[in-house]
Ligand binder design. Structure first.
Ligand SMILES: [Zn+2]
Length: 145
């Protein structure tokens, strides 16, 4: 496994890793985004949950394409966390796998004012440390036409 961490990657605010969300945050070593999917009815569920909200069956983290569109976004100028430089874009991404399959993430590699609703994006997994664990944080970058 190569180490992609570099000083150029700013810190991201990470949640506490728990059994429910650990796979989501740690599975990205292969560069793919994992989302929990129902083992019975195939419903994608984000954020991770314990059971399928539709049929109650077990969920399993499975890789998705990592492609989606910006549903809505905001540009943050408030330095809430001194480790995270401003401005940065927080967006709700709708993944292409399923209508309403949404994920909150930063948009990177573009000017904040170039982001728009409907913008096609693809995932990039950033290697970060979450306590004693390594987490792969999904951020999204514009897909150049
Ligand atoms: Zn289900």
């Amino acid at each position: 496994m190569s180490d992609h961490a570099s000083p150029a990657i700013p810190a991201r605010v990470l949640p506490e890793l728990r059994d429910r969300n650990r796979k989501f945050w740690t599975a990205g070593a292969d560069g793919r985004l994992y989302i929990t999917q129902c083992t019975q009815c195939s419903l994608w569920v984000s954020p991770p949950a314990d059971d399928c909200p539709e049929c109650g069956a077990r969920l399993e983290a499975r890789p998705v394409s990592g492609h989606g569109n910006v549903l809505t976004y905001t540009v943050n100028w408030q330095p809430f966390n001194p480790a995270v430089p401003v401005p940065y874009v927080i967006a709700i991404i709708e993944l292409e796998e399923q209508r309403d399959l949404r994920l909150a993430a930063n948009i990177v590699d573009c000017e904040p004012d170039s982001v728009y609703s409907g913008m096609p994006v693809e995932v990039r997994l950033e290697r970060q440390h979450a306590g004693d664990e390594v987490a792969y944080v999904p951020v999204f970058v514009p897909i150049s036409a």
